[in-house]
Design a protein around this ligand. Structure first.
Ligand code: SF4
Length: 177
């Protein structure tokens, strides 16, 4: 039987969810027996490929780059998984939502800066006015709460999906650490 095509994606998150994925440790070998990792911050593949079976997506949608990326991911993925609280609720990145974007930019790049203050406009993606969880932007198939979800939870969910089953995550997950 041919292997499934697995991807992981990093939007606006701290990478803690990817660290939790890496905490699968030797269980990564079990995953690798069933799936090829075709796109990830962990591998050297620049463009999200077509025909992905399962994509684990960490982080909220905060910038125009995030927005474009998640739309491409959705169009090319069969099962899209929101991995972690930032993906599921927007969590920490959305703390700026209660302020106008310009106020946040001024705080970060002018008020707290002594050397050459100024908002960068080139070489960085423009921020969206509000940070949004993934399912407010594109349809999501599976939600894995947690900050981050444990390696055990991620392994269970991925294993079930690789077997063609829908994981029952309700007894295993909760929001927050
Ligand atoms: S859910 Fe928690 S661990 Fe995951 S990216 Fe967000 S802040 Fe980091």
């Amino acid at each position: 039987m041919s292997k499934l095509r697995l991807a992981t994606v990093w939007l606006d998150g701290c990478s803690g969810c990817h660290m939790s994925f890496l905490d699968l440790d030797e269980r990564l070998l079990a995953v690798a027996e069933k799936a090829d990792l075709v796109y990830s911050p962990l591998v050297d593949q620049k463009e999200f490929p077509a025909g992905v079976d399962i994509a684990l997506v960490e982080g909220a949608v905060s910038s125009e780059d995030d927005l474009h990326k998640i739309q491409v991911v959705r169009a090319r993925t069969r099962i899209l998984v929101s991995l972690g609280d930032c993906a599921v609720t927007a969590n920490v990145p959305s703390m700026r939502n209660k302020f106008p974007l310009q106020m946040s930019l001024d705080r970060a790049y002018k008020e707290n800066v002594t050397l050459d203050p100024g908002t960068p406009t080139q070489g960085v993606p423009a921020l969206l006015e509000k940070v949004r969880p993934i399912h407010e932007v594109v349809p999501v198939d599976v939600f894995i709460p947690g900050c981050p979800p444990s390696a055990d939870t991620i392994f269970y969910a991925v294993s079930e999906l690789l077997e063609g089953r829908s994981p029952d995550l309700s007894p295993r997950t909760r929001f927050g650490a």
